[in-house]
Design a binder for this molecule. Structure first.
Ligand code: CTP
Length: 130
């Protein structure tokens, strides 16, 4: 049984989110997703998410290739979460390339290419200016 773990805010769910989660699941048998808390998201992006954490968790949890979700409340706790869920592989988007290499002594660290030309921020801006 190979367990994959990944993290993100997944606000205003879009195709880039689907694609990375699908590819992450293909790397193993079980996919665990840490969904950023509203507070963590605010500290990362200086804005509140459009969808609150309970709704984002429910959306991610209802995907057929996601096995379990939890709230990520600190960026500094990746190793704790990896140990807690006995993850074999950490998957991150390549916007984080190299940033989690220090965890390679605990698990494999794989950076997957982001889907081009789409992001939550762009969608919010597009709607705001429509
Ligand atoms: N992601 C991706 N391709 C995209 C957008 C996001 O693969 N076009 C991945 C990220 O690399 C991350 C996960 O989806 O692993 C969740 O990213 P998140 O930050 O929630 O989404 P973004 O659309 O990047 O949000 P924002 O614009 O607010 O930064």
């Amino acid at each position: 049984m190979k367990t994959i773990i990944t993290f993100g805010t997944f606000d205003v769910f879009h195709i880039g989110h689907i694609k990375i989660l699908k590819r992450a699941k293909e790397l193993g048998d079980r996919l665990i997703v840490g969904v950023s808390s509203d507070r963590l998201n605010f500290s990362k992006k200086s804005r509140n998410p459009v969808y609150c954490q309970d709704q984002r968790l429910e959306i991610i949890n209802s995907l057929k290739f996601v096995d379990e979700v939890f709230v990520e409340d600190s960026l500094e706790k990746k190793l704790e979460y990896i140990k807690e869920f006995k993850a074999d592989v950490l998957v991150m988007g390549d916007d984080w390339l190299g940033k989690f290499d220090f965890l390679k002594s605990y698990c494999d660290v794989v950076y997957l290419e982001r889907t081009p030309s789409i992001s939550t921020t762009e969608i919010i801006e597009k709607i705001a200016t429509a």
